[in-house]
Design a protein around this ligand. Structure first.
Ligand code: PAF
Length: 279
């Protein structure tokens, strides 16, 4: 049976009914899709109990219009979680997470500067702060995140190490549509034409990976290759194209042995991200 709670007090009462049980937490912003469900199923395999948080975190949106348009469908989300036999669905109101006078935040330094951090100022401060709060509230044994948000994963892993959170971060591979588009709540906002165009991100990453596998190791050439493919798609506009160190996320120059390819691309008005590790 899926129990629904809003307050941290109610959440904790259920969480600590039996302290001997292991708990997996899947943090989400709702508008659930098969990518989230893959995390839930992994959490179900690994733990005695599974909790899913649903909270559209205002502090991680650097653009107020993006926050306003972010898809929300709590009733459908709860149905999906019931179908997966999730034990606890926690959807706190904003004032439960950010009570009046709130003024504390978590800042992870170097890792948040490039890529998403450069293009979405303040985003990772919002993410790190809310994830720290989710971890403190639930105190899960394990927490589950998707590889699609690769920088988010790096930031959260760093925070867990630096602040001694007593949990394991489990990363699940990106779940993709048949044409390679990475599942994302934002995909629901694409028009049919944009949806078709959105496959360009995966195409660009795949071509760069296969050219790397057949001998092209120059970072600038790989970047240019992805840029050209995306620019050929009329509905797309590049935010960034990156070939970076998979751990430090610093941009490479010259030849690479192993790298993180990552992209942020607007398809119409919708900003999508994706990534692939090569080497
Ligand atoms: O990946 C997300 O959906 C969000 O960034 C997260 C981790 C739930 C924090 O709000």
């Amino acid at each position: 049976m899926t129990q629904l709670v809003e307050t941290i007090a109610d959440l904790r009462a259920i969480r600590w009914q039996d302290p001997s049980l292991t708990w997996g937490l899947v943090p989400t912003m709702g508008a659930l899709h098969e990518g989230h469900i893959a995390l839930v199923r992994q959490a179900r395999r690994d733990n005695d109990r599974v909790a899913v948080s649903i909270f559209v975190n205002p502090t991680q949106f650097n653009d107020p219009a993006d926050l306003e348009k972010y898809p929300r469908n709590l009733a459908q989300d709860i149905e999906m979680l019931r179908a997966e036999n999730v034990d606890l669905a926690w959807s706190p109101p904003v004032n439960e997470m950010y009570p009046h006078g709130f003024q504390t935040s978590v800042i992870v330094k170097e890792l948040t500067r490039p890529l998403e951090g450069e293009h979405r100022p303040g985003h990772f401060e919002g993410v790190a702060t809310v994830v720290a709060k989710l971890f403190n509230a639930v105190q899960p044994t394990r927490a589950y995140f998707g590889q699609k948000d690769v920088q988010q994963v790096a930031v959260i892993k760093r925070m867990v190490r630096d602040l001694n959170f007593n949990l394991d971060v489990v990363v699940h591979p990106t779940v993709r549509e048949a044409d390679g588009l990475a599942l994302s709540s934002r995909n629901s906002r694409l028009s049919p034409g944009e949806r078709t165009a959105a496959a360009v991100l995966y195409r660009a990453l795949s071509v760069a990976k296969s050219r790397f596998d057949s001998g092209e190791t120059d970072a600038a050439a790989l970047r240019q290759m992805m840029t050209d493919i995306i620019n050929d798609e009329p509905l797309s506009r590049i935010d960034y194209v990156s070939v970076a160190h998979p751990d430090t996320l610093q941009e490479f120059t010259g030849d690479v042995e192993q790298a993180l390819l990552s992209l942020a691309v607007y398809i119409g008005e919708i900003r999508l991200i994706d990534n692939m590790v090569i080497g």
